[in-house]
Design a protein around this ligand. Structure first.
Ligand SMILES: [Zn+2]
Ligand SMILES: [Zn+2]
Ligand SMILES: [Zn+2]
Length: 269
């Protein structure tokens, strides 16, 4: 399984679009891995989690054709993950010879896409509304939505994604997982775990994670036997409000065997 982090930042990006705080000014000066665009992750070149307004440029930046994506999986409808306006450009005359795209998402996301895109057939889109704790087949992969602790007014899904004998836990956006989420992991082994680290070293409130939460989540998974020393743990979705640039985050997380994501990061398991 090849996991490609297209965007590793929180809602406002980092440097945040209008912000002049110290963390943003330092990121502007440092560049490189401290520049974080909005959330999206590509798996095996054909499966994509989330699509923000940054997705088009992320594909160009990393030299990947997002026109090859066959399954688009939305976690939730916060704007840093969900930009349905882009899907309008799947219709002629904006696009020709498109590959079929199946979109997996909650009812709000599905409704928003239907409204925005209109003629789904012309856009070569199939919409699939998903329910938590059901397993769906996406070609040769399996997907199971879990309820995240993130968006009480609507819904946010984390996902278990399985393909070619490898298993990924896509665990953002979320605070500490609800108990039923933990129970759904029971008896499974994860090769890769991506967790929410919005707050960095600071408190991120109830509905996002931070360094402490990522470490405690890893400890719990190892206790449960759902992960071990070979499991790749990746902290992701960083906000400038945490204040620490990439290398500073690495210093704090690497002693715990946790990788720090960055835009363009690719890992293979
Ligand atoms: Zn987010
Ligand atoms: Zn800032
Ligand atoms: Zn969110």
């Amino acid at each position: 399984m090849r996991i490609h982090i297209l965007g590793s930042g929180a809602a406002e990006g980092w440097p945040a679009v209008y912000c002049r705080c110290d963390a943003c000014q330092r990121a502007r000066a440092r560049g490189g891995r401290s520049i974080r665009s909005r959330s999206a992750t590509l798996v095996d070149g054909r499966f994509q989690f989330d699509w923000s307004s940054d997705a088009y440029m992320q594909g160009l930046r990393d030299g990947v054709a997002l026109s090859d994506v066959r399954h688009l999986i939305f976690t939730h409808t916060h704007r840093d993950h969900y930009y349905p306006s882009e899907l309008v450009f799947r219709r002629p005359p904006f696009a020709h010879q498109t590959l079929p795209l199946t979109i997996w998402a909650d009812a709000w996301a599905i409704e928003g896409i239907r409204e925005e895109v209109g003629e789904l057939e012309a856009a070569n889109i199939t919409l699939r509304e998903v329910e938590p704790y059901q397993t769906y087949q996406l070609d040769d992969a399996h997907l199971t939505p879990l309820l995240a602790n993130h968006f009480p007014e609507r819904i946010c899904f984390n996902y278990i994604f399985e393909r070619n004998g490898k298993r990924l836990l896509y665990g953002q956006d979320s605070g500490w997982f609800p108990e039923e989420h933990w129970q759904a992991q029971q008896g499974l082994y994860f090769d890769v775990v991506i967790l929410d680290c919005t707050g960095g070293p600071k408190d991120a409130g109830q509905h996002h994670g931070n360094i402490d939460l990522v470490i405690r989540s890893k400890e719990r998974m190892i206790e449960m036997g759902t992960a071990d020393d070979d499991t790749l743990f990746i902290a992701n979705h960083f906000s400038h409000n945490g204040g620490l640039l990439h290398e500073e985050l690495v210093e704090l997380l690497s002693p715990h065997g946790i990788d720090v994501s960055y835009d363009g990061m690719i890992v293979e398991v």
